[in-house]
Design a protein around this ligand. Structure first.
Ligand code: PGA
Length: 250
């Protein structure tokens, strides 16, 4: 069975005072059947990781540069994230692909960097509304997977997140039928490329407007091993019920 995980993506939100949200999560956490990861802004990783250690709640980054170090003003390397206490990093989020023009080739280089630094790469794929309406969803997801996932992905170092772009931050959620179709497709591709042993065990997260009210149905869907949660990860009161919902299906 792939590992069950709820990952929070704080995006560009969070000042030090918000670390009390993590404290609440930490105290409430009792069931080890579900992993919890919070991807904070880079500025908070070190203090969040210190606050959580040693604990069930892990801390991650939201992006990394492909290189170890060098003249890349404003960028942060995977090694720096690991040094600050991160255990994972999101790469290829649609907001990075869109706002920063990141291609799947760049995403793959970032995933290689994450693996090099000993971080789990959470590699995001997802179609836009126009691509869905043009009935190109599977082609887009298949293409993003082929180009964004490096060789050497395995169940320890990689998680794939399917996030339809039109469902992110919009309150629109893909139907469980749509989610099942894509997740089954992603699973098949993972097995074909990385073999039964790893392909069947890489965790597959759904993301896009996941909240307490829809989490149970989403988690009951085929090949959904958890969620990547944006808005509803910012407050423990919203995030904890999502973790509970996954624990109840685990
Ligand atoms: P959302 O964001 O839960 O706010 O839709 C999800 C994401 O972008 O990872």
């Amino acid at each position: 069975m792939p590992r069950k995980l709820v990952a929070g993506n704080w995006k560009m939100n969070g000042l030090r005072q918000q670390l009390s949200e993590l404290d609440a999560l930490y105290k409430a956490k009792s069931d080890a059947s579900v992993g919890i990861l919070i991807c904070t802004p880079a500025t908070l990783i070190e203090s969040a990781a210190a606050l959580m250690a040693p604990g069930a709640v892990k801390i991650g980054g939201q992006d990394c540069h492909a290189n170890i170090a060098g003249a890349h003003t404003g960028d942060v390397s995977a090694e720096m994230l690991a040094d600050a206490g991160a255990t994972a990093v999101i790469v290829g989020h649609s907001e990075r692909r869109e706002d920063h023009g990141e291609s799947s080739d760049m995403v793959r280089a970032k995933a290689v960097a994450a693996h090099r630094a000993g971080l789990t790469a959470i590699i995001c794929v997802g179609e836009t509304l126009a691509q869905r309406e043009a009935k190109n969803t599977l082609d887009i997801i298949g293409g993003q997977m082929a180009a964004s996932l490096p060789d050497g992905c395995n169940r320890e170092n990689t998680i794939v997140a399917y996030e339809p772009v039109w469902a992110i931050g919009t309150g629109k959620v893909a139907s469980t039928k749509e989610i099942a179709q894509i997740h089954n497709f992603v699973r098949e591709r993972l097995i074909r490329r990385f073999g039964e042993e790893d392909g069947a065990e890489i965790s597959l997260l759904y993301g896009g407007s996941v909240k307490a009210s829809n989490a149970t149905d989403i988690f009951a869907t085929d090949n959904v091993d958890g969620a990547l949660v944006g808005g509803a990860s910012l407050a423990a009161d919203d995030f904890l019920p999502i973790i509970k919902a996954l624990e109840n299906t685990a």
